[in-house]
Design a protein around this ligand. Structure first.
Ligand code: ADP
Length: 733
């Protein structure tokens, strides 16, 4: 026997004794390294410690082989040997695993290793209480609530009537059997019957558990050897129960979950091993055991094996709250994870896009409703024609504007039929032009309603051509502008009337000089006519007289023309008529107006100087209105110089081309402008006793209507200058 132990220890001890430097840890097993669960706890402990400890460690394993040998009498050879081994070199740490090893170390440490610190590992709390005051000892182990070990069963299978307990016949096994019998009978005897199988061999136990009555379970406890004395290394006992039982198998330790036990609140042996390694590291670093707390962990949170739950038809919903289920079979999700993810991704993308499209459609509908509302409130009718469809869609307002029926389909031709015959071709060509250039159109046209009334409509739109230009999408907005047109026309009419009145008034003021302008040629005509009659009264006029006669007649004709011109100009200015734009020679117009006012100007002693640039292009203007403006400026200039001494009354008329414009300046040496020059252009602003104060405001309106400008400036020396600019006519000279 001793030989066997020695053989087991020898290689380890040799290496320990020969090595220098590493720390020595004696692991004292209760049952041997191959017995579960202590063997597994030792293995985890050793791995953790070797990995994390800063110094190298030599582990020395010794075993009591308690699973096989009862009684302290068998300890002697082991004691002798350990004594011999550690005579010179004490271990740096002694770690008894499980309560038998703890008891062994407690009994013999004073002789074996009196100065080595001791870590009691994996011994149940109540089994180590008696060592609590030892300053060289610290303990890490479980704190087992015995009742809970069986309570696990009722938590998931409350109807359980029979519990078959598989526990071995070793001293430690018997100890626990006694404790459990006492506790469980007290707690659960009214719910179930406990059947203790301590006295059965493994074979007998197999046969017992293979034919259990309904509502039975198997509870596997400590199984190191069976009643026949056969050692049960590792999990032989548990595995056998799992294989044979026709009922669920429960056990105590978390390290056994996954080997066929159902689960429950389990002894946290993995945690004990891991935390124990941490404490061992501190002890090896020289931390005194008395300064380290004792740690005893209660049973862990409930944890179950999914495969066993399934096997025994136990629903996960029946598990206690906070349960964890392990060993789930990979489901469809795990097996086809990537394809599933791609599928889900595609679906999600598609769904997202559909959602976006729906949202966009909703938004578009809302926007369309908003637009229609805004358009309605602005009296605007919206319409559109889709490509390839000869049907127009539009708002109710659009139908009203075009005098279309309230409902029913409307074609483009239906709409064109409503357009005034004179404007049809204009509308068509505007749309065709926009279609060709892929752009917008904008025009005002008339619409004839079914009752014959004519409305003016302003239509703006955008044409988009698809593929073969036959497919046109047209969107448009139309607005009834009849009232605005009417108002504009009326305003134009008023302005024309006013302009006419102004001209009449001006000509009235010029009537004296105009009479003079007529009297002059009439007087010349009269005197020439009298002289001619006198010559013709002679029977035989002399040839020279005949020559004079011809000149007289020529004078009569020329003066008659002159008088006729004056009358024609007056009639032109007095006329009320349509505005007609035509290219006008600016210089000729100036000459004509000066001609008209000549007598008046001469009478007032006003001299007119012309400073006319060469090659001034014509301007597009209405002759009457153009002359009216010049007439107004010239008469105003003359009026402004009334108070000037004779000889200081001169008007300078200047023309020049300024870029694309022709500019005409009327400069005087008069009173000049007091205050803001712009104030002169306000209607009814006058400083004259009989003035109306309308001349300049009307002149500005006329020039502006021609696209030009009229403004006044002060001269540096004296007087004022009035400036007109009008667009030069291109290509006409
Ligand atoms: P009216 O000649 O009937 O007064 P206008 O509108 O033609 O009306 O002129 C408005 C006023 O502008 C004139 O009364 C005058 O005070 C001022 N004004 C016009 N032309 C000149 C000028 N060349 N120099 C100084 N003041 C002028």
């Amino acid at each position: 026997m001793v030989r066997r132990v020695l053989l087991f220890l020898l290689p380890l001890l040799t290496s320990v004794l020969m090595a220098e430097g590493p720390q020595h840890v004696l692991i004292m097993h209760s049952f041997g390294r191959d017995y579960s669960p202590n063997g597994e706890v030792a293995s985890i402990f050793r791995t953790e410690l070797a990995r994390d400890n800063p110094n190298a460690i030599e582990f020395v394993d010794a075993s009591l082989e308690m699973a096989r040998f009862d009684g302290e009498e068998n300890e002697k050879p082991l004691l002798d040997f350990l004594r011999a081994v550690f005579e010179e070199q004490m271990p740096d740490l002694v770690v008894p695993i499980g309560s038998p090893a703890v008891m062994f170390c407690r009994r013999h440490r004073s002789t074996l290793f009196p100065h080595s610190p001791m870590l009691l590992l994996d011994a149940e709390k109540r089994r180590v209480e008696m060592m609590k005051d030892d300053p060289d000892v610290v303990s890490v182990g479980p704190d087992v609530n015995i009742n809970y070990l069986a309570g696990n069963i009722f938590e998931v299978l409350p109807k359980t009537r029979h519990i078959y307990v598989a526990q071995d016949a070793s001293p430690i096994g018997r100890f626990w059997t006694t404790v459990m019998k006492r506790e469980w009978d007290a707690a659960y005897s009214n719910r179930a019957t406990f059947h203790w199988m301590n006295d059965q061999s493994l074979k007998q136990m197999r046969s017992t558990v293979s034919a259990l009555p309904p509502d039975s379970v198997v509870l596997v406890g400590m199984m190191m050897r069976d009643a026949a004395g056969v050692p049960l290394v590792e999990e032989t006992g548990l595995d056998a129960m799992h294989e044979s039982a026709n009922a669920p198998v429960f056990s105590f330790n978390d390290l056994q979950l996954g080997r066929g036990t159902l689960g429950g609140r389990l002894v946290p042996q993995k945690r004990v091993a891991v935390e124990g390694a941490k404490v061992a590291m501190k002890l090896l670093a020289g931390v005194p055991p008395s300064s380290l707390p004792w740690q005893h962990f209660p049973l862990g949170a409930p944890v179950y094996d999914a495969r066993e739950l399934k096997r025994w038809g136990i629903s996960e919903s029946a598990l206690p709250a906070g349960s964890t289920v392990l060993f789930r079979k990979p489901g469809l999700w795990e097996t086809h994870r990537s394809s599933f993810l791609i599928f889900v991704g595609v679906i999600a993308l598609q769904t997202g896009m559909i959602a976006m499209l729906l949202a966009a459609r909703k938004r578009a509908r809302e926007m369309h409703a908003d637009f229609t509302l805004a358009a309605d409130s602005g009296n605007i009718g919206l319409w559109s024609r889709k490509p390839g469809v000869d049907e127009l869609e539009g708002s109710a307002k659009w139908r009203t504007i075009f005098g279309l029926p309230d409902s029913g389909s409307v074609t483009f031709e239906d709409v064109l039929a409503r357009v005034h015959p004179e404007d049809k071709s204009m509308l068509r060509s505007a749309i065709e032009l926009a279609a060709r250039d892929g752009g917008a159109f904008s025009l005002e046209h008339r619409v004839v309603h079914p009752d014959g009334s004519v409305r003016w409509v302003s239509s703006h739109g955008h044409v988009h051509a698809f593929g073969d230009r036959q497919k046109l999408e047209i969107r448009g907005a139309s607005r009834d502008v009849t009232e605005r047109r009417r108002a504009t026309q009326e305003a134009e009419q008023r302005r024309e009337e006013l302009a006419h009145l102004s001209r009449v008034a001006t000509l009235g003021a010029l009537s004296g000089s105009l009479a003079h302008e007529l009297n002059q040629p009439l007087g010349i005509i009269l005197s020439n006519a009298q002289a001619a009659r006198h010559v013709l009264a002679c029977d035989q006029p002399e040839p020279e007289e005949m020559c004079e006669l011809r000149e007289m007649i020529a004078d009569i004709i020329s003066e008659d023309r002159r008088a006729g011109d004056v009358i024609a100009r007056m009639r032109t200015l007095l006329r009320r008529g349509e505005v007609s734009l035509q290219p006008l020679d600016v210089h000729q117009q100036l000459q004509e107006v000066v001609q008209l006012t000549r007598s008046d100007l001469i009478g007032r002693g006003v001299k007119v100087d012309f400073q006319l640039a060469e090659d001034v292009p014509p301007v597009m203007s209405d002759r009457v209105q153009f002359q009216q403006v010049l007439l107004n400026l010239i008469t105003n200039a003359a009026d402004a110089m009334v108070a000037n001494p004779p000889g200081e009354r001169s008007i300078t008329l200047t023309t020049c081309q300024d870029g694309d414009e022709v500019r005409i300046d009327v400069k005087d040496a008069g009173t000049g402008i007091e205050g803001e020059p712009e104030s002169l252009f306000k209607a009814f602003h006058t400083t004259k006793e009989h003035g109306m104060g309308l001349g300049l405001s009307i002149s500005r309106a006329l020039v502006t209507a021609h696209g030009g400008r009229l403004w006044a400036t002060r001269n540096h020396d004296r007087g004022a200058t009035f400036h007109i600019t009008l667009a030069a006519t291109k290509g006409v000279t």
